[in-house]
Design a protein. Structure first.
Length: 231
């Protein structure tokens, strides 16, 4: 009963977000696919338009579809007091909900070159990177090495540890969001290293994808998050 009240209260607070659609009388919200802030082909040649379209329309949409389905099943199970099903649904909620959360960040982490993609951060984030990693080049090398070494599918992140006010590089497996590595971690940049993010263009050469993605990374977005979270 406590879980049910908590979920209802939490979802109701998200009512202003256009990505949510009310479902049923209890105020449970489902998700819809967010628009990309640029055209599918706008990141070429670093990332092909074909990859971007499939990644957004098929992969991200599938996470949302399955997350919504799991939420509806959770709603029904809670109404019935079916604890076994509530527990059973947790892994689907984590995987598909994480897929939605991570990809929503990822689209904002990218920008066409003519809109500032690849331009290094100015201001406080640039200083913080030099302080914590030595230089931007050292950070890129570290993230590329950890992203290339990640076994299977997952993400490599530049995050802010709000508690210690320091930058960190972390990897997460599958669709685990960065917060699963620490509750005080805020994602600034997340690079998707699932094969679906690069295989059509780069085949099995993940390091080449990692090398080129920096040409279209949106440091303006990362700087805005950093300055908001670490004023
Ligand atoms: Fe992906």
């Amino acid at each position: 009963m406590a879980l049910r009240s908590l979920l209802t209260r939490k979802t109701l607070t998200l009512g202003g977000n256009p990505q949510f659609i009310a479902l049923g009388l209890r105020g449970l919200k489902t998700f819809t696919l967010p628009d990309l802030p640029y055209d599918y082909g706008a990141l070429e040649p670093a990332i092909s338009g074909e990859i971007m379209q499939l990644h957004h329309q098929k992969h991200h949409q599938t996470y949302i579809t399955n997350y919504n389905k799991a939420l509806e099943q959770l709603d029904q199970a809670m109404n019935k007091g079916d604890a076994s099903t509530v527990v059973k649904l947790q892994s689907a909620i984590k995987f598909n909900g994480g897929g939605h959360v991570n990809h929503s960040i990822f689209w904002n982490n990218l920008a066409p070159i003519h809109e500032g993609g690849g331009e290094p951060p100015k201001g406080s984030l640039g200083w913080a990177i030099d302080t914590h990693f030595g230089s931007m080049e050292a950070l890129i090398q570290k993230m590329n090495a950890e992203g290339a070494a990640l076994q299977g599918s997952g993400w490599v992140w530049l995050g802010l540890d709000k508690e210690f006010k320091k930058l960190v590089v972390e990897t997460t497996a599958n669709q685990d969001p960065l917060v699963t590595k620490g509750t005080s971690l805020v994602p600034l940049l997340g690079i998707d290293v699932w094969e679906h993010a690069y295989y059509l263009q780069y085949k099995n050469v993940r390091p080449d994808y990692l090398k080129n993605i920096w040409k279209v990374l949106n440091w303006k977005y990362a700087s805005e998050v950093y300055e908001k979270e670490c004023p």
